[in-house]
Design a protein around this ligand. Structure first.
Ligand code: SAM
Length: 368
């Protein structure tokens, strides 16, 4: 049985395009306004990042890449949405429900909480203090690379407050493009599943965070056997609540360095925005674990930041990023040879898609 979303008919397409443009346009305007307001709030001593801003932290002292051509950045941003819409029209996944009035109240609440927290984030940024999260761990079970305030976020990964703020923070950072970038990974999952019985597909999402990506997957394939894992109990709770409408989806607390699954337990695994937050040594451990739990012939969908040279016009933004958002492993990630990393784990690359600031690659485990 195959019940993937069907492609739109030429007759209804113009209407669907208007709906898509309205929803995504509203979304981008909403988060761009957040970004602008945040800049205004934090101006003076704590400027928001500019692509030509002096770098701090792990960013190089002097940027080496030239400033970006703004028109080309806007074109790359638009291309992301054009590709997303083309994927929807091709029937890879359904249109996102971004103008759902039942979610309006929640969105407004999140927005209020985001601004209420913004000054604390900014104060941490000015102090360059990304170690507060350490004090929240009384168990001693988290690796030290994990116990940091990534992006100077409040509580690091260790509270529900952090989990509730996360989605808004990411969308503000990407001015409303984060979900569309994640859907570039969904397209690869859809390509793999198309024509098969989704109930027989076991998918693992490694570092599932708040379940944002898994919810997109389940919206498209509501009977998939999907498992998310994340090291943060608070994020696991948040994701479990989000995924409650889908009985075949579940989320567990686990370290991606040692996944609690049998060899070959999954047909496919995906990981979105994890690897740039891991030290190089740990990236290898996680890749090996992901490769282990995927069956022979199975698929790994890797989605994370683009790297140096993927779009030379964006190199300066990539270079400046870790100086403004605490991202201690990002500079090493930019230079990581991802194909070699996955080859060490026994996987070979198949496809690559660039989706504005996100790169999606698919890797295949050889059949037994
Ligand atoms: C940048 S977020 C990405 C979350 C989600 N995939 C998304 O698309 O938004 C990184 C996530 O990785 C999780 N994480 C980091 N190191 C981990 C590890 N060793 N094992 C499991 N999860 C980890 C964090 O708890 C956090 O939820």
């Amino acid at each position: 049985m195959s019940d993937a979303p069907s492609s739109s008919s030429p007759a209804t397409r113009p209407l669907a395009r208007i709906g898509y443009a309205a929803a995504q346009g509203a979304r981008v305007a909403w988060y761009t306004a957040h970004y602008a307001l945040l800049r205004a709030m934090t101006r003076g001593g704590g400027e928001r990042p500019r692509d030509d801003a002096p770098a701090r932290s792990t960013a190089p002292a002097r940027p080496t890449a030239p400033p970006p051509d703004r028109a080309k950045v806007r074109a790359a941003f638009r291309a992301l949405f054009d590709a997303d819409r083309a994927n929807i029209e091709a029937g890879l996944y359904p249109p996102p429900r971004d103008l759902d009035p039942t979610r309006l109240l929640r969105t407004l609440r999140q927005s209020r909480a985001f601004f209420a927290d913004a000054r604390a984030v900014e104060a941490r940024r000015r102090r360059k203090d990304a170690t507060e999260a350490r004090a929240l761990d009384r168990s001693g079970r988290y690796p030290s690379y994990y116990l940091q305030n990534f992006h100077y976020q409040t509580d690091g990964w260790l509270s529900r407050r952090s989990a509730r703020l996360y989605d808004t923070q990411v969308e503000v950072l990407f001015t409303g493009a984060a979900d569309a970038m994640r859907r570039a990974a969904l397209a690869e999952i859809a390509r793999a599943i198309r024509g098969t019985d989704q109930r027989r597909i076991a998918l693992l999402d490694v570092a599932s965070g708040t379940g944002r990506f898994l919810a997109q997957v389940m919206d498209a394939f509501p009977r998939l056997a999907a498992t998310g894992v994340d090291l943060s109990p608070a994020y696991v709770e948040e994701a479990s609540e989000r995924l409650a409408p889908w009985p075949t989806a579940k989320v567990l607390e686990a370290n991606a360095e040692s996944l609690p699954f049998e060899d070959g337990a999954f047909d496919a695994a995906v990981s979105v925005y994890l690897f740039h937050e891991l030290p190089p040594r740990v990236r290898r451990l996680v890749a090996a674990e992901v490769a282990r739990v995927v069956r022979p012939g199975g698929l790994v969908v890797f989605a994370d930041s683009i790297q140096t040279g993927d779009d030379p016009n964006l190199d300066r933004m990539l270079e400046s990023f870790p100086g403004w958002f605490h991202e201690p492993y990002y500079a090493s990630y930019l230079a990581e040879d991802l194909d070699a990393l996955w080859a060490e784990a026994g996987l070979a690359r198949e496809r690559e898609t660039l989706a504005f600031l996100t790169k999606v690659r698919t890797y295949r485990k050889p059949a037994a």
